[in-house]
Design a protein around this ligand. Structure first.
Ligand SMILES: [Mg+2]
Ligand SMILES: [Zn+2]
Length: 406
C-alpha cells in the first residue's frame, strides 16, 4: 500500500468570522492553548508519517513562515507558496503543481479531525479514484454517497435531496486532478464538483466528531478538545467487576463484585490524575434478562463506591442492544467511544481503552484509540495486526507504569 509522505495545506483565507482575532493574525496562527492551531495539524501529520508539507498561504502568510520556518523543530520539511489574498483555493493549489508528488495529501487549515492516513490511503488505493476525502454524517450536508463508497452528489448549494454528509478536509489526491481544471482561478470545491460528476471521488466516513476554528464558539470547543487530558476508558464486566457466567448478566448490586487488582490499578491511576469513562455492552437489557433501571442502579452504586475510594468516574456508557440489532454502539462498534469523546471533549488518538475481550481491542482500533488488554496473548490470535492492543497485562495494576509516563 502506498501512503503519501507529502501534504499540502490551504492556509490563505481571511478568517472573517474570527475577527477581530484575525485582524492581526492569519487564521492558522490563531492560538489554541498557547500554540497556533496549525501546529496541531502539523504534529498530527508528522505522527501519520508525513515528511513534507507545503503551506499555501495568502492573508498575512509571512507570519506563518516566520513562526514555523523550515519545519525543523517539528521534524518536517516545510515549503511555502505565498499568494495574494484574492486567490481562490483552486488557484493556490494550481500554483504549487510543480512541487507536488503523484499522490499527496490535501487539507484545509481550519478543521481538526481524527483521521488515520493509513486507513485513508488504503481506501484511496482500493477505490482507485483521483480523490478520496473524509466525510462525516450531517443531516443538512452537501454530499451524498453511493453504496460502494463513491461520492454520488456534491452540492455546494445544498439543495439536492438526501445530502447526509459534509466533508472534513483530509483528502488524498492524485496529481491527475489537474486535468480537470479549465480556468485556473477557481475554488477547489469547483474542481471537486467536476471530479464527482466524472465519478472520480471516494469518501471515508469518520465517526468521531471534528473540531474547527472557523468561528469563536467552535474555537472555544476546539481549545477544550485539544487540551491534554488524562481520561482512561474502561470496560466493566471482567475488568472492574467479576464477569457473570457465560450467557448471564449481573442483574443486581448483590451480584456485583469488584476485581480488586484492577480497582487498585484504577486507584493508582487516579493518583496520577486519571479519570475514568466506562464503556459496557449490556445485551441483557435487550434480552430482558436485566432491566435498564437495574443496570442504572448498579452503576450508581459502582460509581459511589469507586468515588468513595478516590476514583473519579466521569460517565458510564452502555449499549443496551441485542447483537442481532447491528447497532453502532455495541463493541466492537466504536459508537460509544465517539459519543464519549464528543461529550467529554477529549482526543481518542491520545487515549486508551482497557478491556478483557478481543472485541474490546477491535472497538479501540475502530475508535482510533490505543488498547490495554487484560488477559493472555493467545486469546488475541484471531485479531489482525492492526487490532492488536499496545499492551497485554494480567491486571490493570500491571499497566500503570505504561499509562503513567514521567
Ligand atoms: Mg468485559
Ligand atoms: Zn447498541
Amino acid at each position: 500500500m502506498f501512503v503519501p509522505e507529502q501534504a499540502a495545506i490551504l492556509c490563505g483565507g481571511r478568517g472573517t468570522r474570527l475577527r477581530p482575532i484575525t485582524d492581526r493574525l492569519p487564521k492558522p496562527m490563531v492560538p489554541v492553548n498557547g500554540v497556533p492551531f496549525l501546529e496541531y495539524l502539523l504534529v498530527q501529520l508528522r505522527g501519520n508519517g508525513i515528511r513534507e508539507v507545503i503551506l499555501m498561504t495568502g492573508y498575512l502568510g509571512q507570519q506563518i513562515q516566520e513562526y514555523f520556518g523550515d519545519g525543523n523543530s517539528l521534524q518536517l520539511r516545510l515549503r511555502y507558496s505565498h499568494g495574494p489574498v484574492e486567490w481562490d483555493t483552486g488557484r493556490r493549489l494550481y500554483e504549487i503543481k510543480p512541487w507536488l508528488s503523484d499522490c499527496f495529501m490535501l487539507l484545509y487549515a481550519d478543521n481538526f479531525a481524527q483521521v488515520s492516513l493509513k486507513k485513508l490511503a488504503r481506501l484511496h488505493e482500493e477505490q482507485g479514484k483521483l480523490l478520496t476525502f473524509t466525510v462525516q454524517p450531517k443531516s443538512s450536508g452537501n454530499i451524498r454517497l453511493a453504496g460502494d463508497g463513491a461520492v454520488e452528489v456534491y452540492d455546494k448549494t445544498r439543495s439536492a435531496e438526501n445530502l447526509g454528509f459534509v466533508e472534513l478536509g483530509y483528502m488524498i489526491a492524485s496529481k491527475k486532478i489537474f486535468e480537470y481544471y479549465g480556468e485556473i482561478d477557481v475554488s477547489f470545491s469547483d474542481i471537486i464538483a467536476k471530479l464527482v460528476s466524472a465519478k472520480l471521488v471516494a469518501a471515508m466516513i469518520v465517526g468521531d466528531a471534528y473540531h474547527s476554528v472557523s468561528d469563536p464558539d467552535r474555537l472555544k470547543l476546539t481549545e477544550e478538545y485539544l487540551k491534554p487530558k488524562k481520561i482512561l476508558m474502561i470496560d466493566r464486566d471482567g475488568v472492574i467487576n467479576r464477569k457473570a457466567p457465560r450467557g448471564e448478566y449481573i442483574a443486581s448490586w448483590n451480584e456485583f463484585s469488584f476485581l480488586r487488582e484492577n480497582v487498585r490499578g484504577m486507584k493508582k491511576l487516579s493518583e496520577a490524575g486519571y479519570s475514568f469513562i466506562v464503556i459496557s455492552n449490556q445485551a441483557g437489557i435487550a434480552r430482558r434478562m436485566v432491566t435498564k433501571d437495574a443496570v442504572d442502579a448498579i452503576h450508581q452504586r459502582m460509581r459511589q463506591t469507586l468515588e468513595g475510594e478516590g476514583i473519579p468516574v466521569l460517565d458510564v456508557y452502555v449499549c443496551p442492544h441485542h447483537w442481532k440489532e447491528n447497532c453502532l454502539c455495541r463493541k466492537p462498534q466504536p459508537g460509544l467511544f465517539f459519543q464519549a469523546s464528543r461529550e467529554w471533549l477529549f482526543r481518542l488518538d491520545k487515549a486508551y481503552f482497557v478491556g478483557d475481550d478481543p472485541r474490546d481491542c477491535q472497538a479501540a482500533y475502530r475508535a482510533g484509540c490505543g488498547c490495554v488488554y487484560i488477559g493472555s496473548k493467545d486469546e488475541l490470535k484471531d485479531l489482525s495486526p492492526e487490532e492488536q492492543p499496545q499492551w497485554v497485562v494480567n491486571n490493570l495494576e500491571d499497566a500503570v507504569p505504561y499509562l503513567v509516563k514521567p
